[in-house]
Design a binder for this molecule. Structure first.
Ligand SMILES: NC(=O)c1ccc[n+]([C@@H]2O[C@H](COP(=O)([O-])OP(=O)(O)OC[C@H]3O[C@@H](n4cnc5c(N)ncnc54)[C@H](OP(=O)(O)O)[C@@H]3O)[C@@H](O)[C@H]2O)c1
Length: 289
């Protein structure tokens, strides 16, 4: 059945692909974002497209009014909270302002948009809230502490909300993408630049390798369509799952993480991130025994 769906951060990457895919599947899509040019392109493709900055309460209010106008006061069948970005860098060095901004978008923005559209869903006794988290909401890479903390927060809030609102006919699902080929890495590297440029940083050697590591990882990136399909399943399934890992192969990451001794996992991930020193895996295992 055709659904009315609002997507945040629909001006690029996963959000844009999901908007176009869901539109092609016959749903009424309200694509939102900050980039006017990208919004105009989506309008040309036949979608509704509205300006929405998820960190700006006035912008959220305005979007809710516009959605009411578009839907004759009905509201949304489904809200896809997708807007987000990754802040990378050693936790010791990241500025408070950068960490707070990361939470403002990925966590508080998601919560504010949810609160704007949930009451109408609750009142009607039907609705879907689909939160785009990450496999990084269940497994942590070094230098990703701030970003992972936001995705762990999204996972916890989604789990609680799912139990709180099912009584009102509203279902909450989490989407956990693996590494996807989008503008995500470019944005992340942009935020990292000012930390890489400080040669006096005790993490300078590690940060200097970040570009190379990102380029190596990019070879394994999947296309956004796998995530868009998971989003549709979460919206149209009669009994949606709590979590959709997309592409599915990425579900092995968290499993391995839970099955292996933590110090061994740490050692592997530190090696991958080029963090030198510390104990060998043999020492790590002996310490765990
Ligand atoms: N790509 C991956 O490997 C990956 C993996 C796991 C999870 N994810 C998650 O997937 C989601 C989408 O990311 P993506 O990979 O598609 O990256 P992307 O191509 O950079 O898209 C991110 C989108 O979020 C928007 N956005 C950022 N801050 C916003 C704000 N304050 N208000 C409204 N929109 C805002 C961006 O808009 P602007 O262009 O205006 O900044 C952009 O449209 C994110 O939540 C990300 O954490 C991505």
């Amino acid at each position: 059945m055709s659904q009315t769906i609002l997507i945040t951060g629909a001006t690029s990457g996963i959000g844009r692909d999901a908007a176009l895919y869901l539109h092609s599947r016959g749903h009424t899509v309200i694509a939102t974002g900050r980039n006017e040019r990208a919004l105009a392109e989506l309008r040309e493709a036949g979608l509704h497209a509205l300006r929405l900055d998820v960190t700006d309460p006035a912008s959220i209010d305005e979007t809710r009014r516009e959605v009411d106008a578009i839907t004759d006061g009905y509201g949304l069948d489904a809200l896809v909270n997708n807007a987000g970005y990754g802040l990378l860098g050693p936790l010791e060095m990241l500025s408070d302002a950068d960490v707070r901004a990361q939470f403002e978008t990925n966590v508080f923005g998601l919560l504010a948009v949810t609160r704007a559209f949930l009451p109408a869903m609750r009142g009607r006794g039907y609705g879907r809230i689909v939160n785009v988290s990450s496999v990084g909401g269940r497994i942590v890479f070094p230098l990703g502490g701030a970003y992972h903390a936001t995705k762990y927060a999204v996972e916890a809030m989604s789990d609680a909300l799912r139990m709180e609102v099912r009584q009102f006919g509203v279902e909450v699902a989490i989407i956990e993408p693996g590494y996807i080929d989008t503008g995500f890495t470019a944005t992340t590297m942009g935020h990292l630049e000012k930390y890489v440029d400080d040669p006096s940083s005790p993490y300078a050697d590690t940060l200097a390798m970040a570009d190379g590591a990102a380029a190596k990882l990019a070879r394994f990136a999947a296309k956004p369509r796998a995530v868009s399909k998971a989003i549709e399943r979460a919206i149209v399934s009669r009994y949606p799952s709590a979590r959709y890992v997309a592409p599915w192969i990425n579900m092995f990451g968290p499993w391995i993480r839970y099955l292996m001794p933590e110090r061994l996992v740490d050692w592997v991930l530190r090696k991958v991130a080029g963090l030198a020193g510390g104990q060998s895996p043999a020492h790590a295992l002996a310490a765990d025994a």
